[in-house]
Design a protein. Structure first.
Length: 107
């Protein structure tokens, strides 16, 4: 199965946070590498990703778990993403906390 998700994706929009916060430290991004690993950062939140790709009907969906930090506080969660018209669209969940949809374009 070809991995359409590989590479770095620039976060262009999120439901819970504006672009100023998304790009506070670095331009916000998700990155997916081979071997089902990746990373992300937006605002002061950063995390390491463990992902799997599954086929749902005729579409491919990337499901991930993550752990990371916000400043010095440990965080974890999960999420998912699909590729629609060259745009990454998905949702990120914080364990026992917020969640937000996001959109990103390939860098």
């Amino acid at each position: 199965m070809k991995n359409l998700f590989l590479g770095k994706w620039r976060i262009t929009e999120m439901e819970q946070w504006d672009q100023e916060y998304i790009d506070l430290v670095v331009p916000g991004y998700f990155e997916f590498r081979k071997n089902n690993i990746g990373e992300f950062q937006f605002g002061i939140v950063e995390g390491d990703i463990d992902y799997r790709i599954e086929k749902v009907g005729n579409d491919k969906r990337l499901d991930f778990s993550w752990e990371g930090q916000e400043e010095y506080e440990f965080l974890s969660g999960r999420g998912w993403a699909t590729v629609e018209k060259n745009e990454l669209i998905g949702r990120i969940f914080f364990h026992l906390g917020d969640d937000s949809w996001f959109k990103a374009t390939r860098k």
